[in-house]
Ligand binder design. Structure first.
Ligand SMILES: [Zn+2]
Length: 361
């Protein structure tokens, strides 16, 4: 799926902020306001962002293109990013400052800075999803799903020699590694509880809890997409199209299965609670909660790190016809382990997401 707005050649104009000279790179689908100093990030971002947008619009269900370019602010340093944030969001700036490395999305604009050649792209795909939905969806998704899909959109394999990246939702070492950790520490949050919370609540309980929250909502999207033989996929499609068309509130309000008046009110006003889960997926919450729990435990079973590295569903049955070449089998664990364990990688996207205001527009 191509974006209608895409250009073959970018239009580059001077742009400055706080005395720093930068540029605005208009690639049609996005306008990147940049004070980047790394020429590699600058170049690759021009291919990465439109490719990510194609992926948002096709990965789960066909979704419409934005009417206008998405504005991205991409600073070369944290100091510049903080300076911009203090000016744009004076009330929230102190909170963002505390969160550490990351980025956020506000009013459909993604505000990021250079946190390295891998993490900057990961965060750009995560915040890019929030920027997209804030511009295109008439109703907000529930917080757990909005964040879960943002994490789902992070999985990627970089393009070589200027080729576009390939987005592969299962190929997400940070979320997978964290999920494994959550299960190993016996800190898995039951689904009924998971849908009550927000990243901000999770952050209040510390960084580990926050990373665990993201890992679990990442797994939840995979569960809804392919778990239980695909039973929940239709509900996911209906929910996404209701978000685009602005039908979620009305659907919940008139629903006889979404729950109490207060639960429906919380789902509509604050995008939390079990009402969306009941209306779109399953009235029997203990059952779906148990299914989700089993799905998560199956994902993190021993040996699945290799499948994540290859971008395959850990639950896909291994085909007898697929030959395993010794070269592949040897190379995979060696490369995947450091990537999964790298602390820089695990921190960046999560920090961003906590800062993402997902308030209804
Ligand atoms: Zn987020």
């Amino acid at each position: 799926m191509k974006n209608d707005l895409r250009r073959t050649e970018p239009i580059i104009e001077p742009w400055s902020f706080g005395g720093k000279n930068g540029e605005c790179i208009d690639i049609g689908t996005h306008r990147v306001h940049s004070t980047l100093r790394d020429p590699v990030i600058r170049e690759r971002m021009q291919i990465f962002l439109p490719t990510a947008l194609d992926h948002y619009r096709s990965a789960l269900v066909p979704l419409p293109a934005p009417d206008e370019p998405i504005e991205v602010f991409l600073f070369g340093s944290r100091t510049e990013w903080l300076g911009y944030t203090r000016e744009r969001l004076p009330q929230e700036a102190a909170m963002y400052e505390k969160i550490g490395r990351g980025g956020y999305t506000v009013e459909g604009d993604a505000v990021l800075y250079d946190i390295g050649r891998w993490d900057t792209f990961t965060i750009a795909s995560h915040e890019g999803w929030h920027a997209y939905t804030q511009r295109v969806f008439r109703h907000s998704l529930p917080v757990w799903l909005e964040e879960g899909i943002a994490c789902y959109m992070e999985g990627v394999r970089g393009g070589v020699d200027g080729a576009p990246p390939t987005f592969i939702p299962w190929r997400n070492f940070e979320r997978f590694g964290e999920l494994r950790d959550v299960v190993a520490r016996n800190r898995l949050i039951p689904l009924e509880e998971l849908v009550q919370g927000t990243p901000q609540d999770a952050l209040a309980n510390g960084r580990t809890t926050l990373l665990g929250y993201y890992a679990q909502v990442w797994a939840l999207v995979h569960f809804l997409n392919e778990g239980e033989g695909g039973r929940y996929r239709r509900g996911l499609e209906r929910l996404l199209s209701d978000a685009v068309e602005g039908r979620i509130a009305g659907t919940l309000w008139e629903s006889s299965r979404a729950g109490t008046r207060n639960e429906r009110r919380m789902a509509i006003g604050r995008q939390v609670g079990p009402a969306v889960l009941r209306e779109y997926f399953a009235e029997d919450l203990p059952r779906i909660s148990a299914e989700y729990d089993a799905f998560v435990r199956a994902i993190v079973a021993r040996g699945n790190g290799e499948k994540i590295w290859r971008g395959e569903s850990p639950l896909k049955a291994i085909s007898a016809a697929t030959p395993v070449t010794p070269g592949t089998a040897n190379a995979t664990p060696a490369s995947s382990t450091p990537a999964t364990a790298a602390p820089a990688n695990s921190l960046a996207p999560a920090a961003s997401s906590a800062a993402t205001p997902n308030a209804p527009r």
